[in-house]
Design a protein. Structure first.
Length: 434
């Protein structure tokens, strides 16, 4: 994602390899989620809550339910906008709006159907490569977005833990500490990613040390070499691309703000559902969004598709008492709005493709021009040390081959220059045309 002197030249694209593992995991996840739905129904029947559930659903206020659905829709839209900002930084990016809708849908679909959302990132990188980015660019786009999302989770977690940890600890005691541990896990992930992005040399040395230990333990030499090659190339490449994105401070700050709003919209869904079940009069806004954030922290720590188990337990623990007798119905509606519906509705969007008429950056420039505003150009990226090393290596190899051939080759700004004194004249030392 960078500007080059040859901006009009098409970028080479390489598709990420799709092994089918994510699809298999998603298929298993879909079967698992189907079984969970059956368990929900069996639980309602066995616990004798069917009549209570039907009564709660019959009295639900549809207008507030639609508001909750609309805020979940905003959550999805703001996720697409955050991707669009990352793509805007590259004026020549082939990724369009419909591609980004497909990327976001891929993350939702494969993330919701795999344990701890592990299928989300590979699916989104693969979809970005199908949209025209090469693997390095797609990985940088995805992981930069992942860093910002993790930062948003940690920021909201810190704010809401500070605001309401004492309140929920007074109600439930040490059970609330599970949220603090999950929050600590997200912070550790964020610190690890920042270490790779900002201290690539130290991370590379640590990685080589760990690889050397594996080599002494008898791991196959081919795997060791592949790992070393991956570490040498990808860590510096990711670090440089992240610094390039972070160098656009205004764009990065805007992405953080959009991500914070995106998460807030998700946390607000239970608040509107309280009014849908006529339980919102006594609800406190900050307490409700804190409870929703704690539910997400718990469910994200459960290694099952959709955070199954953590979502049910977290909702019952932090939100159940707010809904009173309607808690079971409220949970099923909340789960439908925030999990089942997005998963099902994202499936038809997986194959969306843009028409490739113009990049997002070019469309933004046209829009700014209509309002009489000068379009803002992204700054040139900092030099990539890996690319500079590879370029110097290729130049040295060209000179060695030229010396062996008896020519003198130098690289000038306009291209390659061959010394004419080292070329054989036509007819010299060769057969005559006569």
């Amino acid at each position: 994602m960078s500007n080059t002197p040859h901006g009009n030249a098409p970028k080479p694209t390489v598709d990420a390899q799709s092994t089918g593992d994510d699809k298999k995991g998603a298929r298993r996840g879909a079967i698992f989620i189907g079984c969970v739905l059956v368990v929900y129904v069996v639980y309602l029947v066995m616990s004798g809550q069917v009549a209570q559930f039907v009564d709660a659903m019959a009295n639900i206020k549809v207008s507030w339910l639609l508001v909750a659905c609309f805020f979940m829709f905003l959550y999805l839209v703001f996720g697409i906008i955050a991707y669009a900002i990352a793509v805007w930084l590259d004026p020549d990016s082939p990724v369009g709006i419909r591609d980004l809708i497909s990327v976001e849908a891929s993350g939702i679909f494969f993330g919701n159907l795999t344990p701890m959302m592990m299928g989300s990132t590979p699916a989104q990188i693969y979809r970005l490569t199908k949209a025209g980015q090469n693997v390095g660019e797609a990985g940088a786009t995805q992981f930069t977005r992942f860093i910002v999302y993790q930062f948003g989770l940690c920021a909201w977690g810190a704010i809401l833990l500070a605001a309401r940890l004492g309140f929920f600890t007074g109600l439930y005691g040490n059970m609330v500490l599970l949220c603090a541990f999950s929050f600590g896990g997200h912070v550790c992930i964020l610190i690890g990613i920042f270490a790779v992005a900002l201290c690539p040399r130290g991370v590379t040395r640590l990685a080589h040390w760990l690889i050397s230990i594996l080599a002494r333990l008898g791991v196959e030499e081919d795997k060791i070499e592949n790992w070393r090659e991956f570490v040498d190339e990808e860590i510096y490449s990711f670090s440089q691309k992240f610094k390039h994105s972070a160098g656009h401070f205004s764009s990065m700050a805007l992405t953080v703000v959009i991500t914070m709003l995106q998460l807030l919209f998700f946390y607000m869904v239970p608040f509107f559902l309280l009014y849908a079940f006529d339980c919102g009069d006594a609800s406190d806004f900050v307490t409700v969004i804190a409870a929703a954030a704690f539910v997400q922290l718990l469910s994200s720590a459960v290694p099952l598709p959709g955070g199954t188990g953590g979502a049910e337990g977290g909702f019952a623990l932090f939100l159940g008492h707010m809904f009173g007798p309607s808690a079971t119905a409220a949970f099923l509606v909340w789960r439908l709005v925030t999990f089942f519906a997005p998963t099902l509705l994202s499936a038809p969007l997986l194959g969306l493709k843009s028409a490739r008429h113009a990049s997002i950056h070019a469309r933004w420039d046209r829009l700014m021009s209509r309002f009489g505003l000068s379009p803002k150009k992204p700054a040139a990226p900092a030099p990539d040390p890996v690319a500079e090393f590879n370029r110097a290596k290729r130049q040295e190899e060209e000179k060695r081959r030229a010396r062996r051939a008896g020519t003198v080759v130098t690289r000038a700004p306009g291209g390659v220059t061959v010394s004419p004194h080292s070329l054989k004249r036509k007819g010299e030392n060769g057969p005559s045309d006569e």
